[in-house]
Ligand binder design. Structure first.
Ligand code: MLT
Length: 410
């Protein structure tokens, strides 16, 4: 009989969002009449922008003609998309990122997990707490942790608590850590990092030889002009950071699937014999072996996000979701709930009323108001007593959710 990767047995619970889905489905089965509004998983609801749809259609037509048909594409992504990203997302902001440092993929969730393939098992890892669960679970699977304690904290990981006191932006660790996951704008708290904050991290990483895994999947929601969109806006980041970005939340691609990861050519890692090696070529090797690229059609759709019409339509989508976030924030605050985030991010992080535990509030909200959110404790021990609401829904559903919340809590 084949043996298994025992690390999987250390995983504390099912992955957070399927677990929520399971509970919601059970509720719906028992209450067929309930009109349940879902503000749990951050899944977009609005249709793909017109400019993107047109590009997808014409790419389908190209695939239908002999002279323009394409088979396997480059594993790293087509140059037309890599160039558009390099120019629009990086060079226009003064970041030194070239097209051949960008790897197109089918999602940041996959990339943040897959990147671990190229790093040794003994690296120490730090995560923000609360945290997007993928960073933790993939390190558990890779054997970089011990068992979890009662609060779900895995032995061997360094947790950086994000609390009201530190504005949900923790300081650098006191001890050296090899790999650090940072997510800004933050999922789940909606907090952002200023240039000064990111500079502290880059300085720390350069001083300690650490690698920053910077998840910027929500950068398009930044409204404050002072907030950096990329870690590469900070000097020195090319030598210590990998950045993950996605079309999911800005272009409505959660079902369409396209994302990218920037691995600068200047980034180095250490081999077992202590010499330095190039991380970019390892990731290239990994992707060429295990990934066959994103489909041509989808990459043409993603490219259209950078056309003038695409930019304008995406701007309108972002505004729409941020208005939802404002409506949720105002509604919650009007009944005395403390809320955070929702200004530069599509998530509202709220303190549960009357000191309820996160899952207790989840059940209460589902049962009494037929509303679904995400329990803060599902993102980590420091999320206990908090709850996340997503702004991804129709305006009518968000307004109805606020009416129900006011009735329940007010
Ligand atoms: C979330 O709700 O945290 C996200 O939708 C999860 C994801 O992007 O994978």
């Amino acid at each position: 009989m084949a043996t298994i990767n025992d690390n999987f047995l250390k995983l504390k619970a099912g992955y957070l969002f399927p677990e929520i889905g399971r509970r919601v489905n059970a509720f719906c089965d028992a209450h067929a009449e309930a009109n349940v509004i879902k503000l749990g998983i951050g899944d977009v609801t609005e249709p793909l922008p017109g400019a993107i749809r047109e590009a997808l259609h014409s790419a389908v037509d190209e695939m239908g003609a002999n002279q323009s048909f394409r088979g396997y594409g480059p594993e790293q992504g087509y140059d037309f998309l890599r160039n558009a990203i390099a120019e629009n997302d990086y060079q226009s902001r003064g970041c030194d990122v070239s097209a051949d440092e960008i790897f197109i993929s089918d999602g940041s969730k996959c990339d943040t997990g897959n990147i671990l393939d190229i790093f040794g098992p003994n690296n120490t890892v730090a995560v923000q707490d609360p945290v997007y669960p993928v960073y933790v679970d993939t390190n558990v699977m890779a054997g970089r942790t011990g068992e979890a304690d009662e609060d779900g904290r895995y032995a061997g990981l360094t947790y950086l608590p994000c609390t009201v006191e530190n504005d949900f932006t923790p300081n650098v660790p006191e001890q050296p850590v090899d790999m650090i996951y940072l997510c800004y704008p933050n999922n789940p708290t909606g907090s952002v990092a200023t240039k000064e904050t990111l500079k502290k991290w880059v300085d720390y990483a350069l001083e300690n030889g650490s690698l920053i895994l910077f998840d910027a999947a929500y950068e398009a929601f930044i409204t404050d002009e002072e907030i950096p969109h990329s870690i590469y806006e900070i000097d020195g980041a090319r030598d210590c950071a990998i950045e993950f970005r996605s079309f999911s939340k800005n272009s409505g691609f959660t079902g369409t699937r396209c994302a990218f990861t920037v691995v600068p050519k200047s980034l180095k890692g250490k081999t077992a014999d202590g010499s330095e090696t190039d991380i970019h070529s390892l990731w290239n090797r990994r992707q060429s072996t295990k990934f066959n690229g994103v489909s041509y059609i989808i990459q043409r759709g993603a490219e259209a996000a950078y056309s003038e019409a695409g930019k304008q339509q995406i701007g309108a989508l972002i505004d729409f979701y941020l208005t939802n976030a404002r409506i949720l924030n105002e509604g919650l605050q009007s009944v005395g709930i403390d809320t955070y985030g929702g200004v530069n991010a599509p998530y509202i992080w709220l303190k549960t009323p009357e000191g309820m535990k996160s899952w207790e509030f989840f059940d209460h909200l589902l049962d009494k108001a037929h509303l679904v959110g995400t329990p803060g404790s599902g993102f980590g021990a420091s999320g206990e007593g908090y709850f996340r609401l997503s702004a991804f829904n129709s305006r009518a559903n968000v307004e109805e959710a606020v009416t129900r919340l006011k009735k329940l809590i007010g």
